[in-house]
Design a protein around this ligand. Sequence first.
Ligand SMILES: [Zn+2]
Length: 203
Amino acid sequence: MARGLLATVLVGIVSGWQAGSMAGPAAVTLITADQWGSLPAPEASYRSRPHAQVTGLTVHHQGETWSEGADVASYLRRLQQWSRRERAWVDVPYHYIVAPDGTVYAGRDTAWAGDSNTVYDTTGQLQVMLLGNFEEQRPTAAQLQATARLLASLMTAHGLSPDRIVAHRHHTTQTVCPGIHLMSVFEDLRQTAAALRRVPSDR
Ligand SMILES: [Zn+2]
């Protein structure tokens, strides 16, 4: 039920590569990978690994200053090229990318674990990244609201409790990611997401 470039979906019911059609309290606007111009991975060996079960959600910031009005699709295409050429990753390292206007972009196929420049086990973690550098910038209200809805949808889809939402720097001391201005509202984000969950089937 894609309408132009935008499809309202319940993220998690759909894979990272397909638009779905379910809307509801925790619906988000999702741009599919095809829609931002993602290219299939060429035949090559990558360091990335598939993973079977989602056990947690990890929140990141981009770590680079985001200029208002910059083109998200072209940024993602550049990130994809860099990930494959420079890092030998199968795709962009994140499964979902949240723009300052609240639009969510599908990234890496959720069948693959994420990748990181820091050392921690990404297996089972869906990687959610907010555009911007939150050491210097603040996430927008629309961005935080969309992130909460996304996290709620993912918790619902994978039967996760709120304590399975963590920040990158909870995994490792090698980074300040997702930045001080996101960490300052992180507990609010977690609680908002928890309140938006559709099915309280924790595990
Ligand atoms: Zn990070």
